[in-house]
Design a protein around this ligand. Structure first.
Ligand code: FEO
Length: 596
């Protein structure tokens, strides 16, 4: 027990006897079930704990409250690790009112019978509860992790009680890194529900939060931006780790030998990180969590009973169940008389969104030979093309980079002498081939235009279809005058000293300005090509692809007003002021359309 704030107490418990959390996740450092008391004019208990800790938890409440009795028990989540002691609590405190939503009470009756909780307060999304000094608001968070889940925001102490979100495996009395166990927990428990997590993060963005109090793991009081940033990445299925993860099974060692050879080839091709999991021996949940963190995954397995090896089957099922997406996948199959593994894997992955299957499938017949070794080399070369392309050993005169230009979307990188900058543009064209000339149009209002005018150089980073919406927010919705868009980012540079975007591009082209035309709102820069590097085969992000697949669908249902065509921001009102500027992406009124 300890104080979270002057009037909020932690009364949860640590569990060091548990072997498998939720019956499947190994928790070598135990688990904790968090519970809190808000000690105010009205006394409130936030959630119960696992069934094995009835007495320890009730003791914690009694010794914190002394002679006082709780007025309320809030039930944020009905999964039994948090709800098992509702009945036991009410036997001790029968006068307490149980607070939940309609779905909470339906589940409560299923677990405990219809006569549970005779004193109830059924709250709506956005409903409030006044404890005297503390003012609580309930924020529904469906499917994070069950449909009835709700968060509770205490506006007085600025605490977000976040149910399962922002939790981790491990007891509170064990010191360990938050991120790796937080990731394994997130991917395992709510990995499937990225969209729902994104939605609730949007709701939380409007709140002034200084403390996050989850139902598992430590209370978070510092660097909250770090945890929110991780959750944004995880729920957006973004690439967190550059490099390649290899998941394999091997019966007699021949597939393993191919994996070992691939590791060496990847390293020789400047792969920044290679992580290997033997699926028969590793912790499956760690392999699954890392598969979501890496942008590139290789699956290597044998044909088995006209299917694939069982551990690989299980591994892919975990990915598919959790809506695995936005990744590049390579395949190595092995078989002695009727290899099927590649076919089976491709079929299993066929329902996933935004998966770039590498065309260089490696077919091993029993053991590596010259043909399959060459296929391995081609796979390694393809997977690493962006790492080689960004390095000093790149082919810097690969004019096929110009084939990546179209009516696409690009990040133009520049440097004002103090700071790197990046800006989204959509007009880049090759306009002559002898000599090669490229035209780039930049809005005069952009700081990038000012920098190019001064320095005469720029890099065109051709975005690929792997680029998530976050990239557009990062480079398009804020000014490089005010923000360092490359802060804390690791990246390479072309010979002109300008940045190469570290992810999500298929080519980079360094340009030197030869002429500048004033064409009204924009300058058109006519440029020579100083470097042209190809980084991947993933197609260029076109404007249409961005509109159809990347830009979040605006939530206009039931709303009247105007919606921004660039970012989806909704302005509610009959008329949009002519000088209106979108608060999200900074585009003007001309980029809005009326909601029909
Ligand atoms: Fe910690 Fe979804 O229960």
């Amino acid at each position: 027990m300890y104080k979270v704030t002057d009037s909020i107490y932690y009364v949860g418990v640590n569990d060091h006897k548990i072997d498998l959390f939720e019956g499947q996740y190994k928790v070598p450092h135990g688990m904790c079930y968090n519970s809190y008391i808000i000690d105010d004019d009205k006394v409130l208990v936030m959630d119960t704990v696992d069934q094995n800790f009835k007495h320890e938890w009730l003791d914690n409440i009694a010794s914190t409250l002394g002679d006082k009795k709780p007025d309320y028990l809030v039930v944020q989540h009905m999964e039994p690790d948090h709800s098992a002691n509702i009945k036991n609590f009410l036997e001790v405190y029968p006068e307490a009112t149980v607070v939940g939503n309609a779905k909470t009470f339906k589940m409560m009756e299923q677990f405990f019978g219809n006569d549970i909780a005779p004193k109830r307060l059924v709250v709506e999304n956005g409903g409030t509860l006044d404890l005297g000094h503390h003012q609580l608001t309930f924020v529904f968070a469906p499917m994070v992790h069950w449909p009835e889940v709700m968060f509770t925001y205490d506006a007085t102490d600025k605490v977000l009680f976040s149910a399962d979100a922002f939790g981790k495996f491990g007891a509170q009395d064990v010191e360990e890194d938050w991120e790796s166990e937080g990731r394994r927990y997130y991917i395992g428990i709510v990995g499937k529900y990225g969209m729902q997590v994104t939605n609730v993060l949007k709701k939380a963005a409007d709140l002034d939060i200084q403390i996050i109090a989850p139902l598992h793991g430590p209370v978070l009081k510092e660097k909250l931006g770090y945890y929110l940033d991780l959750y944004t990445k995880w729920s957006g299925y973004e690439t967190e780790k550059e490099g390649v993860m290899i998941a394999y099974t091997s019966v007699y060692g021949h597939t393993k030998a191919a994996v070992e050879k691939l590791v060496n080839l990847l390293k020789a091709n400047q792969c920044p990180d290679v992580k290997v999991y033997d699926l028969a021996r590793c912790d499956m949940s760690e392999a699954v969590a890392d598969a979501f963190a890496y942008g590139k995954l290789v699956l290597a397995t044998t044909t088995y009973n006209a299917d694939i090896f069982p551990f690989m089957n299980e591994f892919i099922d975990h990915l598919v169940e959790r809506n695995y997406q936005n990744k590049t996948i390579g395949i190595i199959e092995n078989g002695t008389w009727a290899p099927q593994a590649a076919k089976v894997i491709i079929k299993k992955l066929s329902t996933l969104k935004n998966i770039n299957l590498n065309e260089n499938v490696v077919h091993i017949m029993s053991a590596l030979n010259e043909t399959s070794s060459k296929q391995l080399e081609a796979l390694a070369s393809d997977l690493c093309s962006e790492y080689v392309g960004a390095s000093d050993t790149a082919n810097k005169n690969d004019m096929t980079a110009l084939f990546r230009l179209g009516y696409g979307l690009y990040v133009v990188t520049t440097n004002d002498g103090k700071m790197d900058n990046g800006c989204i543009v959509n007009t880049v064209s090759q306009v002559a081939d002898s000599p090669t000339r490229v035209a780039v149009c930049i809005n005069k209002k952009n700081y990038t235009d000012h920098i190019i005018d001064k320095t005469g150089i720029m890099n065109i980073n051709c975005l690929s279809t792997e680029a998530p919406f976050e990239v557009f927010k990062q480079y398009g919705f804020q000014s490089g005058r005010a923000v360092n868009k490359f802060e804390n980012m690791k990246f390479h540079r072309t010979d002109n000293g300008l940045a190469i975007l570290p992810q999500y591009i298929n080519a980079v082209i360094s340009l030197k300005v030869e002429n500048k035309l004033d064409i009204g709102s924009h300058h058109m820069y006519i440029c020579t090509v100083e470097e042209a590097r190809v980084l991947s085969k993933v197609p260029t992000m076109t404007y249409t692809y961005y509109q159809d697949h990347v830009k979040p669908k605006p939530e206009t249902a039931g709303k009247k007003g105007w919606v921004c065509k660039v970012c989806g921001y909704v302005y509610e009102g009959d008329e949009l002021p002519e000088d209106f500027v979108c608060p999200l992406c900074k585009h003007g009124a001309s980029d809005f359309e009326r909601i029909e």
